[in-house]
Design a protein around this ligand. Sequence first.
Ligand SMILES: [Zn+2]
Ligand SMILES: [Zn+2]
Length: 270
Amino acid sequence: MHIISTNLLTDFTEKIKKKYDINMLKQFKADLHIHTCLSPCANLQMTPSAIVRTASEKGLDIIAITDHNSAENVIAAKKAAEGTGLTVLHGMEITSAEEAHILALFDDSESAIRLQEIVYQKLMPGENDTRRFGDQIVVNEKDEVLGFNNRLLISATTLDAYSIVSIIHSFGGLAIASHVDRDAFGVISQLGFIPEDLKFDALEMSPRMDRKTAEHLFKEYNSFAWVSSSDAHYSKDIGRRDTSFFMKEPSLAEIALALKNIDGRKVEWE
Ligand SMILES: [Zn+2]
Ligand SMILES: [Zn+2]
């Protein structure tokens, strides 16, 4: 009589399960870094509904709205996307005290709003100079102007990079170091390097960086997951770079698993 050890049997079942899981994975094209007309430096045509329309036309499945130090236009984008099949993540691009940009991504508005409250408290005092920096417009999903944000969203917060990453994580979000290949406002340009204990969920490469060059230039950081997004401030730039996530569904939890390559999930960009 053959006796199959329970260990072997468990291994076998696990393998089958994993194979089944991999077959369940789908490819989702994501652009996780898009600014709306709330960002002083973004084009006024970048209303939430226009962004949703363009993103859908370009075949994107997931976008994140990531205005500088504010999340006030995210809910409008989420509403504009209802029924379109496009997933909108609640995001923000926070400027650290070292002037490094860090993306925060959430799939619920409450966490983004809670983070926004902290960021507003820690933002440099003063009012936005619209002639120097541009307008900061809060709109609804129908492009109706709800108001102007007069805070100095262009400025830095007094939160250091470590605090920002830890606050994002404590609210259940993902922390991604923005455009680390750029000469300004990236963690590498501002800190000189990325400390290992700065626990980013991913590093973002700008659209001008191709995968091959990045692998050569940033090989010391290959323990981090890498993504690439458009950092669009103009409509024409939406989706100029996207990252494919192979996962079960377009959710933040699945993105987190894909960044860690759990059970066949993976992340790809060129
Ligand atoms: Zn940036
Ligand atoms: Zn940006």
